[in-house]
Design a protein around this ligand. Structure first.
Ligand code: EPU
Length: 475
């Protein structure tokens, strides 16, 4: 197939500098800046397709665990050491939020030393909160420790409106007075009550963030809190394990009913963040889509059960190659996985709360199914606007039709490289995967999405033998 002509080829780029992505992250000195909008000033990722990958990739710590554990560190008026924290833009944004609240943070590689002895209920800075939805998670720890919190509404994002009603209703059920004024959520305790009160809370939907907010708030509340229809994601279990090591009393994390008995105070700890199941899943799809056998570690295979089940249906095998040796969450052993690719055939996928198929892997599987033989139907049920990568995959020759929250895919023999635009974090990963499999060259723009959530992705792919490079125009 002929290579598509990139319209970037037509833009007079004065000088291009090739940089490594870790430098790209460090060079983001002002994270509150909105990403550059002119095409000439945007970094691009050039990917030469038909990649053949081999070797082993190191999986980083889980972004979504690390973010909530950072927020959770506010619960403890002592030292918290978090290990295996990925070096990502989202993590840097959370550091900015915590620093604005008076928390002292030191970073040494992937270790964060956090001292939240002296915190103040200052309003978290809106310009950072608006770019990092997870920063809203500070509301629970601030409220339960200080009795007051003011956090700007995070607003919607590229994948949906993302309301916070379940967080608010949970805190209200525990006795907090919560009002939203001029875009700011004000939460405080009223009357003689000096602590949040334990409560029975039924979540209308098993929201990950709302479960985390209520769980953290309940650790220091008076009495027992029961969360029913709680989210069961591994990141919830990691948060509960971390809080329990601090001295919290939590039962049932990982099931749909979590019971938290409030304690007076939490203590210092040293904690290892679990491996990122979504990064691991992304590399498994990389093996499948390029027809390459690669290994990954450390991973916790149970966290990837729905992803592995779908890869099997599509025609690939994923084998556990034994224990890798690192311990997470106190007593969880990590393993090494190997993907053995096969003839790809279509299947149907519906995203659901854990242990269902993760919405954060939907875009990557859409790329994979676009070159799998036969028809597939992908149903996105978690977020209302998470199929925007389909239009970009169509530019690469995919045959996909969107109807409501379904994508109907007719597998094509191959994709062809094209200039494409990342529309959100996981969409950016999907486009990289598609580019690795396609004929010819793909150029991906919108890399600020990628940098939010994948540590050293380009280096990791290059080490597996892929041919890709980031180009940033000199300013
Ligand atoms: N929802 C409400 N009301 C609420 C909270 C959520 O209606 O008060 C709705 C949301 O609008 C959405 C659904 O519930 O439609 C699920 O949202 P959830 O609260 O479970 O997600 P989250 O906590 O906002 C986390 C991850 C997401 C991941 C989802 C689902 C973090 C920082 N983010 O978001 O990760 O997709 O859970 O698993 O933990 C990503 O990493 O790319 C990412 C988007």
């Amino acid at each position: 197939m002929t290579e598509s002509v990139s319209h970037l080829d037509l833009i007079p780029i004065k000088l291009l500098v090739n940089i490594r992505e870790d430098k790209a992250i460090n060079s983001i000195s002002n994270l509150t800046q909105t990403p550059a909008t002119t095409e000439e000033s945007q970094p691009i990722l050039e990917i030469w397709g038909r990649a053949s990958l081999q070797g082993e990739v190191q999986i980083s710590g889980a972004k979504n665990s690390a973010l909530v554990l950072m927020a959770g560190s506010i619960l403890c008026p002592g030292d918290i050491r978090l290990r295996n924290v990925p070096n990502l833009v989202d993590i840097k944004r959370m550091e900015q939020i915590l620093t604005a609240l008076g928390v002292k943070i030191q970073q040494h590689g992937n270790i964060l030393d956090i001292d939240a002895r002296d915190i103040n209920p200052t309003k978290a800075p809106y310009d950072v909160v608006s770019q990092l939805r997870a920063s809203f998670f500070v509301i629970g720890p601030l409220l339960t420790r200080l009795g007051t919190a003011r956090v700007p509404l995070p607003g919607g994002c590229a994948i949906g409106t993302r309301p916070i009603d379940l967080h608010v209703r949970g805190l209200q059920a525990m006795g907090a007075n919560v009002r939203i004024e001029s875009g700011i959520v004000h939460a405080h305790l009223t009357g003689k009550k000096r602590r949040l009160q334990g409560a029975n809370i039924y979540l209308d939907y098993p929201s990950v963030g709302a479960t985390e907010t209520i769980l953290m708030a309940a650790t220091l509340a008076e009495g027992e809190t029961k969360i029913e229809n709680a989210a069961q994601e591994p990141e919830i279990v990691d948060l509960a394990n971390c809080c329990c090591q601090m001295g919290a009393k939590i039962k049932g994390a990982g099931t749909n009913t979590i019971i938290i008995s409030g304690v007076d105070r939490l203590n210092s700890i040293d904690y290892n963040v679990i491996p990122d199941r979504i990064e691991a899943g992304t590399f498994l799809v990389a093996g499948a889509i390029t027809g390459s056998e690669i290994s990954l570690s450390p991973v916790i295979p149970e966290h990837l059960a729905p992803v592995i089940a779908k890869l099997n249906e599509i025609g690939c095998q994923v084998v556990v190659e034994g224990n890798e040796g690192t311990m997470f969450g106190g007593n969880i052993q990590s393993s090494r996985l190997r993907i053995i690719p096969g003839e790809l055939k279509g299947t149907d996928i519906e995203t659901l709360p854990y242990p269902g198929f993760p919405t954060d892997m939907q875009a990557q599987f859409t790329a994979l199914l676009s070159i799998s033989e036969g028809n597939s139907v992908i149903s996105e049920t978690v977020f209302e606007n998470r199929l925007r990568h389909v239009a970009e995959l169509q530019r690469m020759g995919a045959n996909i039709r969107v109807k409501g929250h379904h994508a109907i895919v007719r597998g094509v023999r191959s994709l062809s490289g094209a200039p494409v635009m990342a529309t959100d974090l996981r969409a950016s990963a999907a486009l990289v995967l598609a580019g690795l499999a396609a004929e010819g060259k793909t150029t991906v723009r919108g890399l600020h999405h990628l940098d939010r959530g994948y540590e050293n992705l380009e280096t990791k792919f290059r080490d597996l033998g892929a041919n890709l490079q980031r180009i940033i125009p000199a300013s």
